[in-house]
Design a protein around this ligand. Structure first.
Ligand code: KG4
Ligand code: ZN
Length: 368
């Protein structure tokens, strides 16, 4: 029986390490972000991500153990994201955990990153635990910079993909739009903040595929429409937009003020949120589940959270929306999923390789 693991997540640009217990309790979870390293390139540069992981990982492991008041002797095994993700980035975490496993003689398990996101609602710490009555089955929307997928989750290892984006992830759409609007990268959270003072009805952005019977989504039309609208602004409006963006950034992305930029952000955000909510709500009713989950970086979006909470209340549905620290890429969710697998008797071999692509519904689950 594995009671506690040290978990490592390096699938993209954030390095994260956690100590997690079998009931979901997070004893420590630390993260070293890299946004500043990638911002000037306007996107994530895989080589830079890998190099930063190698710099951050070992000190972060030491620091996380120290925060949990533990040493390697106090954990029973290790969990690491081994799929999907950037191959070089995954490799850093995987090689490190394999080494820890070899030197301590304790087992390790490679975890699918998406399984971690889907299990995030079960994590708990002094400030969060899942709402009363939360359990399987549920419909989950995993929405981030890399993925936008709707799942039906019937139990641990029992995942069915209901629908997914056919092109861009919702977070990617937010980020590309933010960049065009002069808000830098990654700009999803800035769009969110500006939207709080914007008029979401001022600009009419497309909501693709809403009448489609399938649960799939599309955001590339919206992305293009956002880019075109900004390009086609009259010169004085374009100057005004740039001025408002520069001033907002100069204020440290705080204290948003109403105006063209805020209206653009609010209108764009409403279109993304409309599509995500339409898919999630319809699927939850059709699948006849009484719980929904929002997870992934875009689950931080205040408008999306509010819409899901309100709708859930009106429809007697229990919404589980983990706090940002458990929604974005973090090692705690990997540790929780890993412990479940280890306790089902699954152990990864030293020969385990990282996999850049790994759809969750293709996962085999030992013991289930
Ligand atoms: O899960 P995450 O940290 O990393 C990925 O796996 O992608 O998600 C990051 C994404 C970025 O696209 C970021 O712009 C978006 O989540 N994001 C937001 C908000 N906070 C983060 N998008 C909209 N509103 C937010 N408040
Ligand atoms: Zn993720």
């Amino acid at each position: 029986m594995i009671r506690r693991v040290l978990a490592v997540e390096t699938s993209c640009d954030d390095t994260s390490v956690a100590v997690v217990e079998a009931d979901g309790r997070v004893l420590a979870c630390l993260m070293a972000g890299q946004d500043l390293h990638h911002a000037r390139f306007g996107g994530i540069v895989p080589e830079i991500a890998s190099r930063n992981h190698t710099h951050h990982l070992l000190p972060l492991i030491e620091e996380t153990l120290a925060r949990a008041g533990m040493t390697l002797a106090d954990v029973d095994g290790f969990a690491v994201t081994s799929r999907p993700g950037l191959i070089g980035a995954l490799l850093v975490g995987l090689v490190t955990v394999k080494t820890l496993s070899l030197t301590t003689g304790k087992p390790f398990i490679g975890v699918n990153h998406l399984e971690g996101h889907l299990m995030a609602p079960f994590l708990k710490d002094e400030n969060y635990s899942a709402p009363q009555g939360f359990d399987f089955p549920y419909v989950a929307l995993a929405v981030s910079g890399g993925h936008t997928t709707l799942y039906r989750v019937d139990g641990f290892g029992k995942y069915r993909i209901l629908g997914r984006t056919l092109d861009d992830a919702a977070g990617e759409a937010f980020d590309k739009f933010a960049k065009r609007a002069g808000l830098g990268f990654p700009g999803g959270a800035r769009v969110d903040r500006l939207s709080t003072v914007g008029d979401s009805k001022r600009f009419d952005f497309p909501r693709a595929m809403l009448r489609d019977e399938r649960d799939d989504m599309s955001f590339s039309g919206l992305k293009t429409s956002g880019a075109r609208l900004i390009e086609e602004l009259m010169p004085h409006d374009r100057d005004e937009l740039k001025k408002q963006a520069d001033e907002f950034l100069a204020r440290g992305s705080k204290d948003p003020v109403p105006g063209l930029l805020a209206d653009l952000c609010a209108s764009f955000q409403e279109a993304v949120v409309d599509v995500l909510c339409a898919r999630l709500f319809r699927a939850a009713l059709r699948e006849n589940v009484s719980r929904v989950v929002l997870t992934g970086g875009v689950a931080a979006n205040s408008r999306l959270r509010a819409r899901v909470e309100t709708w859930s209340r009106q429809n007697a549905i229990i919404p589980a929306i983990p706090p940002l620290r458990f929604c974005t890429d973090n090692a705690a969710m990997i540790g929780f999923a890993g412990i479940q697998r280890l306790n089902m008797g699954e152990i990864s071999p030293q020969a385990l390789r990282p996999e850049p692509k790994a759809p969750l519904d293709k996962e085999r689950t030992g013991g289930v």
